[in-house]
Design a protein around this ligand. Structure first.
Ligand SMILES: Nc1ncnc2c1ncn2[C@@H]1O[C@H](COP(=O)(O)OP(=O)(O)OP(=O)(O)O)[C@@H](O)[C@H]1O
Length: 475
């Protein structure tokens, strides 16, 4: 009983608040208590985030929201005395109170100074984990670049910089009593001239950069990495796999800085052949030899709340089935992923599938959602405008190429449509991962893939690789 009296109740609503009991998964004592309480009070609602026997849980009356667990520390408790208090206050003000699994597992190693590989599902909160580490090492009295976050796309860079600035802002009603932490987004296509003057005048403490822009700045001697204490590479497998970015990344990891002088963090939801990668990290001196691999849910690489479906269509006749799906699903918001146009098709002067689909939806879709486009070939400003529109939170249908599939966080997203089958299982995982992005929520999200009959076996391969089941839908 004692344990229950000490449970922290979060400000969330339950249908029967007085009959709610909070459980920890790890304490046998509590587990036994759970069984005895259930038998004596069958109407009692038990809540556990972990593997409590589902048959005993009245999940239908479980309201959405965070679930606190007896004995499970809050983010503040994990970071106390290591992360500045104003950051922790701000973090709670934003709504980050309880840690997600990856944060709970990784923060002790991160805050103890160990190099880490954060390997956890999409939407699991890896960004906050590494940003808390960064804020634990930043010395605001020093005007030098102390932390670097490398990202593969401008979109992800803009987002990470935004969260970093949000955490550094003073909590509401609190006078700023400390020098604030400056964050620079150094992303391809940005006004590099302005960045160069900024770096010369007063270097920012945190730089969020794409690999190409950072190398450009370093090679022109506007920035040295000697004062960098933390280097994060987000979506690390993507950057290592990108022929355009890999050689610059290697230089940044070993030539322009040394793993002995910095703490290195790699993050991704997918690290294919992770044992090999871990070996390479040490061998190639990308990390120190005692690097920690924080691997969350290895047997469930995708969020379990995702519902996967597929529809078999005729080639070149996918638009109408897509429209019917959207009309039936009535999504809150959705992304329609389309393959990038091939060089051959460009040379032949064909219109890209994205434009064709946008034109079709603009004339045929009569629902309430705005139709927007986000693709690699758009210029920097148009891409930024599209994302800004999307983030306003009103409903939209975003027609996008894989440029939107990595890291982009759009919490209100309920539906993903793969208009074209992704090229690999990893691409499927990241596209699907643009939904189900509210930790502690039980909101159901759907991924629907439109395939031609010959592609069924490819999708089956993805199902085996990623350990999920896909239901056939007949329209
Ligand atoms: N402790 C927390 N409590 C509540 N919400 C959280 C917490 N940590 C993160 N979030 C929210 O979870 C969402 C996903 O977080 P984040 O973007 O860091 O995921 P990720 O693990 O980096 O995913 P991906 O692999 O797709 O990049 C964000 O909207 C973020 O605000």
């Amino acid at each position: 009983m004692d344990a229950l009296l000490h449970a922290r109740l979060l400000p969330i609503s339950f249908e029967k608040p007085n009959r709610t009991c909070f459980l920890s998964h790890s304490q046998n004592r509590t587990f036994n208590f759970f069984f005895s309480m259930y038998h004596t009070n069958p109407g009692l609602l038990f809540i556990s985030k972990f593997r409590t026997p589902k048959s005993l849980l009245n999940t239908s009356s479980l309201a959405h929201g965070a679930v606190d667990k007896v004995g499970s520390p809050t983010l503040r408790e994990i970071c106390e005395d290591l992360v500045p208090r104003h950051i922790l206050d701000r973090m709670e003000e934003i709504g980050y109170v309880m840690p997600t699994d990856v944060q709970r597992q990784a923060l002790p190693s991160l805050l103890s100074g160990r190099d880490c590989i954060l390997h956890a599902q999409t939407g699991s909160g890896k960004t906050l984990a590494y940003l808390l580490l960064i804020y634990s090492v930043i010395n605001t009295a020093k005007s030098s670049v102390q932390a670097l976050v490398l990202v593969p796309t401008r979109e992800l860079g803009m987002q990470v910089a935004k969260v970093a600035r949000m955490l550094a802002a003073s909590p509401t009603g609190v006078e700023e009593e400390h020098k604030s932490c400056t964050v620079m987004a150094l992303l391809d296509g940005g006004t590099l001239r302005r960045h160069k003057s900024w770096l010369k005048a007063e270097p920012p403490m945190i730089v969020v950069a794409t690999v190409g822009s950072l190398c450009h700045i370093i090679e022109r001697q506007f920035l040295k990495l000697e004062s960098v204490r933390v280097l994060v590479v987000d979506e690390v497998d993507f950057i290592f796999n990108s022929s355009k970015q890999v050689s610059s990344l290697r230089k940044l990891l070993t030539l322009y800085s040394s793993c002995n002088n910095r703490q290195t963090v790699f993050a991704s939801a997918s690290i294919p052949q992770h044992r090999r990668f871990l070996h390479d990290c040490v061998q190639q001196k990308w990390t120190k030899s005692d690097v920690v691999h924080v691997h969350v849910s290895p047997v469930e690489p995708m969020p379990p709340r995702l519902h996967h479906r597929f529809v078999v269509c005729h080639r070149n006749k996918k638009q109408q089935p897509l429209l019917s799906l959207i009309q039936t699903d009535a999504p809150e918001s959705g992304i329609i992923f389309v393959s990038e146009q091939s060089e051959r098709s460009k040379r032949a002067g064909n219109a890209p599938s994205t434009s064709l689909l946008i034109d079709f939806l603009k004339t045929s879709y009569l629902g309430p959602l705005d139709v927007l486009l986000l693709e690699e070939d758009m210029n920097f400003n148009s891409r930024a405008v599209s994302l800004l529109e999307v983030r306003k939170g009103d409903g939209y249908l975003l027609v996008a190429t894989d440029v939107a599939s990595r890291g982009v966080d759009l919490p209100q997203m309920s539906h993903i449509y793969n208009f074209d089958l992704p090229k690999t299982a990893v691409d499927y995982l990241h596209r699907a991962g643009r939904t189900c992005r509210k930790p502690f929520s039980d909101m159901k999200c759907t991924v629907t893939t439109l395939i031609v009959p010959e592609e069924r076996f490819v999708l089956q391969k993805y199902e085996n690789e990623l350990m999920f089941g896909c239901e056939e839908l007949t329209l």
